[in-house]
Design a protein around this ligand. Structure first.
Ligand code: ADP
Length: 156
């Protein structure tokens, strides 16, 4: 069975993430949507809130499972029996960071490989921080995020 791990902060998950996730789910038998918590990164939603949103947003995707780690993604991947970490690439600016991250992951575990999917044309401009900013300023973000995110903002 081929398992792919799609890690991220998902603060919150956006339609850009969902696009990458859907495409990854067609490439792998199972995809683990992994909330990989970076304690040094300030977040808008709590870990529990983010997990709940991620579960709700993927409830109709039969080969997607949601999980959480506060350790290295590569260690998680090894334990889960996966050698493939999925990431999305938006602009040139993502490349620099992702290239470095890929090298660091290879350093920790040479058996793990990164799988990069190009952002979709209509979703490539979306980022979680932009969503939080737009929402704070009263913009209608409903075309940019799954409905579960709108519900979570309402509950806040
Ligand atoms: P991280 O803090 O690990 O970068 P993010 O939640 O910001 O977590 O992003 C997770 C992954 O999804 C990253 O590989 C990022 O490049 C990718 N990603 C984020 N937004 C988009 C988008 N709009 N389209 C495609 N990929 C995206």
């Amino acid at each position: 069975m081929r398992i792919g791990i799609y890690p991220g902060s998902f603060d919150p998950i956006t339609n850009g993430h969902m696009d990458i996730l859907r495409r990854a789910a067609s490439l792998f038998d199972e995809v683990i949507l992994l909330l990989a918590v970076n304690p040094s990164k300030k977040s808008n939603f709590t870990i529990e809130e983010r997990l709940e949103i991620m579960k709700e947003a993927t409830k109709d995707m039969p080969n997607v499972r949601v999980d959480f780690t506060d350790g290295f993604t590569v260690d998680y991947a090894k334990k889960a029996g996966s050698a493939h970490i999925i990431r999305g690439l938006r602009a040139v600016t993502d490349f620099e960071y992702e290239f470095q991250l890929a090298a660091a992951n290879k350093f920790v575990d040479p058996e793990v490989d990164m799988v990069f999917l190009m952002a979709g044309q209509t979703t490539s401009f979306i980022s979680s921080s932009m969503i939080n900013e737009l929402h704070k300023n009263g913009a209608d973000i409903s075309p940019l995020v799954p409905p579960a995110v709108l519900k979570a903002y309402e509950g806040k």
